[in-house]
Design a protein around this ligand. Structure first.
Ligand SMILES: NC(=O)c1ccc[n+]([C@@H]2O[C@H](COP(=O)([O-])OP(=O)(O)OC[C@H]3O[C@@H](n4cnc5c(N)ncnc54)[C@H](O)[C@@H]3O)[C@@H](O)[C@H]2O)c1
Ligand SMILES: N[C@@H](CCO)C(=O)O
Ligand code: NA
Length: 428
């Protein structure tokens, strides 16, 4: 008997899921051991031509997910509601669920996983982080016998696309964002991309899987987007042999008792593998005790690549269903808490417009030292009234570095703090 799938949402990702399920029906049937069919598609409006059998369309998503003949549910509506209620209704009705919804998982994954465990069904979500790249199931399954210490990566295609265009073509922010939207990479509200909310949601999901702690939600993630990144920052980075990237970084504390989870722009040395990730591609580094450094790279956004991850999950949950089994996620929780950004150890790059006068450099150095921050290197560009001091700190608690910058901003010898950005050096 065929396994019937209810599809919720038929937008960029959903329409590709329909196409691939139909086009690859024979291969999917062979891989699962039984045919997979779309049994119904919940949409907001029926009157649009989507190139799918109109008889499958309905605006009553709740009725669809609880229909007795439906076995599996794919949620690609996005956002918190009605997606959460629909997934919970589906799970309660005994259906396994595949979703691409990182916003929902990051906000309320604990509730969803508990509901799936109670109902003995699967909740799979590979597409929610880094699109097509197999990343979540490797973290959950392949690395289950290892200890992950750090995960860091480029997990938002839209912002990587914008930063890459700004850097390589000198393109403007707005035009680059419009291109990313036209290519289907951006979220419905692109603020989620450019302000770092999308990457923060993904960072929370990564931290939970990597450190086996259900406690991390999107609200726990320190988040800075790319709207403040200027052409001057990009030029400053280039002068240092770096590029600017928006990174998600999840890291165990030195004592292993807590985790730090953050998303912010970073100056990365051009020699680092993440620095050469162009356009809307994603790449994620996982550093594990026994495995060492692993890198996952590929298409992190776009309808077809994301649908590939959805189909992979669909095959997995269909197989589990045939075998009358399910994966209970989140049952064993380390409960590791998230520590404050102020305690996170980072390095800063600071460019200061100053007057080129005796005593300025020593005053600036004194302000760093007053906050317990050691300077790694300093250079001066320009002379006279147009001088700029560019300093890079050694690693220090983020709170000490941000207070240093606050004092510099207020100091009469500093005309302007022209650029402040964290630097990742990746020394072993
Ligand atoms: N586009 C990507 O590259 C990508 C990549 C990875 C994950 N995702 C995630 O996939 C999900 C879908 O993204 P998308 O890009 O396809 O978005 P989209 O906006 O193109 O599609 C969502 C669809 O859901 C429909 N919808 C809204 N409310 C509905 C309701 N109550 N009932 C039925 N349909 C409803 C909308 O009309 C729209 O057609 C989101 O969670 C997104 O974060 C997208
Ligand atoms: N808006 C997201 C889609 C993939 O999750 C991005 O740009 O990466
Ligand atoms: Na993925």
């Amino acid at each position: 008997m065929a396994m019937k799938v209810a599809l919720l949402g038929c937008g960029v990702v959903g329409s590709e899921v329909v196409r691939l399920v139909n086009e690859q029906s024979e291969e999917l049937a062979a891989r699962v051991g039984t045919p997979i069919e779309i049994g119904g598609i919940a949409v907001r409006r029926i009157d649009r031509d989507r190139g799918v059998d109109p008889a499958l369309l309905t605006t009553d998503a709740t009725a669809l997910v609880t229909r007795p003949d439906i076995d599996l549910v794919v949620e690609v509506i996005g956002g918190i509601e009605p997606a959460r209620s629909l997934i919970l209704a589906a799970v309660k009705a005994g259906k396994s669920v595949v979703t691409a919804n990182k916003a929902l998982l990051a906000e309320d994954g604990q509730t969803l996983h508990a509901a799936a465990r109670d109902a003995g069904v699967d909740l799979y979500y590979e597409a929610s982080v880094a699109g097509a790249i197999p990343l979540l199931r490797p973290l959950r399954d392949s690395l289950a016998g290892d200890r992950v210490n750090r995960v860091l990566g480029i997990v938002n295609g839209t912002t990587n696309y914008i930063l890459d265009r700004m850097d390589s073509l000198g393109a403007g922010f707005t035009e680059s964002l419009e291109e990313a939207q036209a290519l289907g990479y951006a979220e419905a509200d692109p603020t989620a991309d450019v302000e770092g909310f999308d990457a923060a949601a993904k960072a929370a999901i990564l931290a939970r899987l990597a450190f086996h702690t259900q406690r991390v939600t999107a609200a726990d993630v320190h988040r800075e987007g790319i709207t403040g990144v200027s052409a001057g920052d990009i030029a400053s980075a280039r002068a240092m042999g770096c590029v600017v990237k928006l990174l998600a970084i999840c890291q165990r504390s030195e004592d292993g008792g807590s985790v730090g989870v953050r998303v912010h722009p970073v100056m990365l040395p051009v020699g680092h593998p993440l620095a050469s990730v162009k356009e809307a591609y994603n790449a994620v580094f996982v550093e594990a005790e026994s495995a060492g450094r692993l890198m996952f790279y590929g298409a992190g956004a776009g309808g077809t690549p994301t649908a590939s991850a959805v189909l992979g999950d669909l095959v997995a949950v269909a197989r589990n269903r045939l075998a009358d089994t399910s994966v209970a996620e989140g049952a064993h929780d380390t409960g590791l808490p998230v520590h404050d950004m102020g305690h996170t150890i980072t390095s800063y790059h600071v460019a200061l417009d100053v007057a080129d006068r005796p005593g300025v450099l020593s005053k600036v150095a004194e302000i760093f030292s007053d906050h317990g921050v050691s300077i790694k290197n300093v250079r001066q560009e320009g002379t006279g009234d147009d001088a700029q001091l560019v300093l890079v700190s050694h690693p220090a608690p983020d709170a000490a570095l941000s207070s240093t910058v606050e004092v510099l901003r207020e100091h009469h010898m500093v005309r302007e703090v022209a650029s402040v950005m964290r630097v990742e050096t990746f020394s072993d």
